[in-house]
Design a protein around this ligand. Structure first.
Ligand code: F6R
Length: 242
């Protein structure tokens, strides 16, 4: 596990974007696993900036996102589909048909998950997976206790995750309770993994993920078993680590 220390959020975003852009330059037809949430936003902005300067080309890139709320339509302002359109896809030359996100409107969970697993298999797996870190140690929406063997599955979001998501919804009742998420097994099969972490509020869980016992109680602790993980974290997030 390699830890890259960044000064602050801006620096973390730049460093993470550098790693992602190196991946695209080295392998223009790469498969990127992408995350939503607030942490990767700065990195996406940086990638868009470099694209606008002519330094990056997304024409050959394929993306698979980690997760999507269940029961939320693509057009919903808080869908992860919409998030990705707004933050990245509509601003670069990626081909829309090469961007994949679980289908939140597929009510048949088994069907939705099987379809997503098949997509990931068909595109040949993930070259580089970008992850954020949840306050309870989740990666994707793999909540504490989930089996590490899981592939794409339906999750009941925990109270802490729903609480963290409240800020994006008009009222508490609007916060979704369920999501489809890529499983730990699939994440661990990515050739490289980049985790972005920012802020004092992530310091304890980052320490637990990096130094604590490998346990489904802290899903991100499984990353200790992957041989190509880079954590890009700012000083606040690293404040509990030496
Ligand atoms: C997002 C995702 C989540 C977030 C995590 C951190 O696609 O899968 O695991 O990465 O909840 O979210 P932020 O970055 O908002 O703190």
């Amino acid at each position: 596990m390699k830890i890259i220390r960044a000064k602050d959020y801006r620096d973390m975003s730049r460093k993470a974007a550098n790693i992602i852009s190196a991946q695209i330059i080295m392998k223009p037809d790469c498969v990127l696993g992408l995350a939503t949430g607030s942490t990767p936003v700065g990195a996406y902005e940086q990638l868009v900036e470099w694209y606008n300067k002519g330094d990056l080309d997304f024409a050959g890139v394929t993306t698979v996102n980690l997760d999507e709320y269940r029961g939320i339509a693509k057009e919903h302002p808080q869908s992860y589909y919409r998030f990705m359109q707004e933050k990245l896809f509509s601003k670069v030359n990626i081909r829309p048909e090469r961007t994949f996100i679980p289908d939140g409107m597929e009510a048949d969970a088994e069907k939705a998950c099987r379809a997503y697993n098949e997509i990931i298999e068909k595109i040949g797996g993930i070259d580089m997976q970008l992850l954020g870190l949840g306050h309870n140690g989740h990666i994707g929406f793999n909540e504490p206790g989930t089996a590490f063997e899981a592939q794409t599955h339906l999750v009941e979001l925990t109270e802490s995750t729903k609480k963290a998501n409240q800020r994006f919804f008009a009222s508490d009742e609007d916060v979704p309770h369920q999501a489809y998420t890529m499983g730990i097994k699939t994440i661990m099969q990515a050739k490289r993994i980049v985790v972005v972490v920012s802020g004092r509020d992530k310091a304890e869980i980052l320490k637990a993920a990096v130094e604590g016992p490998i346990s489904p109680a802290v899903q991100a602790s499984v990353l200790q078993l992957h041989n190509h993980v880079t954590i890009v974290a700012d000083e606040e997030a690293l404040s509990c680590l030496p």
